[in-house]
Design a protein around this ligand. Structure first.
Ligand SMILES: Nc1nc2c(c(=O)[nH]1)N[C@H]1C(S)=C(S)[C@@H](COP(=O)(O)OP(=O)(O)OC[C@H]3O[C@@H](n4cnc5c(=O)[nH]c(N)nc54)[C@H](O)[C@@H]3O)O[C@H]1N2
Ligand SMILES: Nc1nc2c(c(=O)[nH]1)N[C@H]1C(S)=C(S)[C@@H](COP(=O)(O)OP(=O)(O)OC[C@H]3O[C@@H](n4cnc5c(=O)[nH]c(N)nc54)[C@H](O)[C@@H]3O)O[C@H]1N2
Ligand code: SF4
Ligand SMILES: [Mo]
Length: 686
């Protein structure tokens, strides 16, 4: 009998989560048996979430894809037969060549997001390959682009706070983020601040886990946050709680904004938001009188028609009270300090036609059904659009097209993969070398392979590098090794935070902090002389108000409209605790903990509709419908419904997911997704 082995490795969590935790992984006899936190990680400190403790169940899942497969049944049916990589690659490349000859490369569309956050396996060989091919480009907008641009519209940059400084905060607002589930190490830092006397306020549309943990919960109608922020500014100005010197020295447009604030007295703001007038006034006073005050801006509140402007407006608040002067003051939407040189990594210069069309990923359904010239080949990796993309009825109808050839590269037979003509097995990140940045903390990390590729699985890197060779692409960039790519990630002369990290040191230590010595973060950053744009002229060109403003979402109710139309509900569908978007939605123990897809409804609405706890209801609108189990709760406002989690479609009673309802409109900034500006009707289901 061979001897059993047990080894402990370090790794990094690759999921699309701000925390990018350090992991400690035990491998016994070639299998991962335990995943815990790395106690030596400077910010995640040995603590990880429940989902990732279940990673062994994911990596060694019985249903993991282990070899390439070709479809034998109907699209969507999920019937496949095993084929070899040779056959799969031959079929892909011959189809690509044929499509390019007959219809042009634009007939091919890649579709990917952040299933794996590793920079090598996300945004290098894949992009180079599709650029060189001349395929249609994909505008990756589904997550945070509106909010990110909104933050930049005020600050000029993507955010420059070291979250570790938030232990110094004394008044904390978590605004539109469910951080107990989605950014747990920020919660740990806020707990430290709380021990020093900090108060924590949550502003959200429903009493989520984070609201229950906080000291105060302020509840408002969806998409009305800009009005609330303007109402707070109105009170700050009226009660002279502003830092005039800061406004003079560091901002542009205070006088114009001051005029604007007259339109947002607490009485009016209360009618729009549903927040009592007294609460608005008290909130503004507490915020204005406590320093350092800090706002953690979540992602949820920007999934609205007016999401960019909401974030832009909230981002103005700290400037009014001069909070950027203090460690632990200010606001954070996401850490934008790791800006890599995308031209070098993605090589858009390889495009044969630089004017090739670009398709906004939130329009996938439309694009598959209506694009002219048509999309004839779809290549999906690192994403599961059948479950996560808006206007799902169109997405599924598009994926079902007989004349569309779909390739899906994934670890599992996802809802999208069921529609594929070819399914390719992907490695887990434990099987790859990669480099990771966080969109919250300030550390860059490397993780080495700790398992051999399972079955015949290939990494994204290997897949696209091999396809490039097979297509006959001879550019040297297709010879780059994973190490070469990590060097290129660090090599961005425009970003000293990154470029001063030494490759050898990173490979040796596996975790290195960004270099912020050149006043990269606040408060030191104030010395750079950049101005905060309370008035931003450049927004006018995009048809937006140069000043912060509230505009109601394009459909549904707010505090003012709710009473007029009690049968129209606003539907919010944020991520749940145990899944990561749709990833982990197939892990039995985590499914069990979440129960089933539910719909939270206020007791008054439930009574009016004759609905009790546990009944099945159907919600619908002009885009589609979805059946869910009711949870009657006063955690939501009358007129608002909440369904948590992106479940696999088979978890819904009628196989239709929550994204049947969501619109594929673009937000006010960046073409972002507006998942939560969704109006629905509701009835008891049979
Ligand atoms: N456990 C877990 N963690 C995750 C994820 C996951 O699926 N599960 N997903 C990851 C990803 S990709 C992302 S982008 C982040 C997202 O994580 P967060 O930044 O926390 O954003 P969401 O969870 O989308 O929404 C947060 C809150 O916004 C609220 N909200 C919706 N509309 C409004 C509004 O108009 N105003 C206000 N004030 N609040 C509103 C929702 O009710 C919800 O409670 O989490 C990441 N981390
Ligand atoms: N209704 C509603 N819809 C939403 C949201 C919402 O809050 N409400 N949130 C939106 C947001 S913020 C986001 S970011 C998107 C997320 O959307 P996606 O990025 O599509 O996220 P996942 O559902 O996690 O799908 C990622 C897939 O990548 C696969 N994968 C993991 N690692 C690898 C790898 O190395 N190689 C390959 N080829 N595949 C891999 C996983 O197995 C998984 O199937 O969803 C959006 N959709
Ligand atoms: S999902 Fe987030 S909290 Fe959980 S281990 Fe990964 S990075 Fe950490
Ligand atoms: Mo996201």
């Amino acid at each position: 009998m061979s001897q059993s082995t047990r080894e402990v490795f370090r790794s990094v969590c690759p999921l699309d989560c701000p925390d990018t935790c350090g992991l400690r992984v035990i491998v016994e006899d070639g299998r991962i048996t335990r995943v815990t936190g790395d106690p030596d990680h400077p910010i995640t400190r040995g603590v990880i979430c429940h989902k990732v403790r279940h990673f062994p169940d994911r990596v060694h899942h019985l249903e993991r894809l282990l070899y390439p497969m070709r479809r034998t049944g109907e699209k969507g049916e999920g019937k496949f037969e095993r084929i070899t990589w040779e056959e799969a690659l031959d079929e892909i490349t011959s189809r690509m060549k044929q499509l390019i000859a007959e219809h042009g490369a634009e007939s091919i569309l890649p579709y990917s997001y952040y299933g794996n956050m590793g920079l090598v396996n996300n945004g290098t060989m894949d992009r180079r390959f599709f650029h060189r091919l001349g395929a249609s480009r994909l505008d990756r907008t589904i997550c945070n682009v509106a909010g990110s641009q909104g933050f930049q519209a005020t600050m000029g940059i993507k955010g420059a706070i070291d979250p570790e400084d938030t232990v110094h905060s004394r008044y904390i607002i978590v605004w539109g983020g469910n951080i107990v589930s989605t950014n747990m190490h920020q919660v740990m830092l806020f707990e430290q601040a709380r021990k020093q006397g900090a108060k924590i306020v949550v502003i959200d549309v429903h009493r989520n886990q984070t609201a229950r943990w906080a000291d105060e919960f302020v509840q408002l109608y969806p998409g009305t946050d800009a009005a609330l922020a303007l109402g707070m500014m109105h009170v700050l100005e009226r009660e002279n709680l502003i830092d005039e010197a800061f406004l003079r020295d560091y901002t542009v447009g205070w006088e114009q904004l001051r005029e604007r604030l007259k339109a947002y007295p607490p009485e009016r703001v209360s009618r729009i938001t549903g927040v009592p007038k007294e609460t608005i006034i008290r909130l503004a006073r507490e915020y204005g009188k406590t320093s350092p005050s800090f706002i953690r801006i979540g992602n949820g509140l920007q999934h609205h028609d007016n999401g960019g402007m909401i974030v832009r407006t909230i981002t103005c608040l700290p400037a009014l009270t001069g909070q950027w002067r203090y460690k632990g003051g200010g606001a954070l939407k996401g850490n934008g300090l790791v800006q890599v040189d995308t031209d070098k990594l993605e090589r858009p210069d390889l495009l044969p036609n630089p004017n090739v069309r670009s398709i906004n990923m939130i329009h996938l359904g439309r694009a598959l059904l209506e694009a002219d010239p048509p999309i004839r080949m779809l290549f999906v990796y690192n994403s599961n659009p059948a479950a996560v993309a808006p206007s799902q009825e169109k997405v599924l109808r598009g994926l079902a097209r007989e004349d569309l050839f779909t390739v899906v590269h994934d670890l599992f037979l996802t809802d999208t993969a069921r529609y594929a003509d070819l399914v390719l097995p992907a490695t887990s990140h434990f099987e790859n070398l990669d480099v990771y940045k966080s969109y919250w903390h300030m550390y860059v990390q490397v993780a080495r392979p700790i398992l051999p590729p399972q079955g015949e699985a290939w990494s994204n890197y290997k897949l696209f590098r091999t396809l490039a060779k097979r297509m006959g692409f001879t550019e040297p960039c297709f010879d780059d090794t994973e190490e070469d790519l990590i060097r290129q990630v660090l090599d961005n002369p425009d970003n000293p935070c990154l470029s001063r990290i030494d490759f050898d040191e990173l490979m040796e230590k596996e975790i290195v902090k960004l270099d912020i010595s050149e006043n990269a973060v606040f408060p030191e950053r104030l010395q750079r002389g950049e101005r905060i744009l309370l008035f931003n002229e450049s927004l006018r060109a995009a048809g937006l108000d140069p000043l912060p403003a509230h505009t109601p979402p394009k459909e549904g109710t707010d505090g003012e409209r709710n009473a007029e139309d009690p049968d129209t509900f606003m539907l919010i569908s944020p991520p749940n605790h145990q899944f990561l978007n749709s990833s982990m939605g197939n892990i039995g123990k985590l499914q069990k903990m979440e129960g089933r897809p539910t719909l939270q409804i206020h007791p008054k609405d439930a009574e009016r509709k004759g609905i009790v706890n546990g009944s099945l209801v159907r919600i619908w609108n002009e885009r589609g419908s979805c059946t869910l189990t009711v949870k009657v709760t006063d955690a939501v406002l009358p007129g608002v419904l909440v369904s948590m989690g992106l479940w696999w479609l088979s978890s819904y009673p009628d196989g239709k997911g929550i994204n049947q309802l969501t619109p594929d409109r673009e937000a006010d900034m960046g073409g972002g997704a507006v998942f939560f500006s969704t109006a629905v009707q509701l009835e008891k289901a049979e």
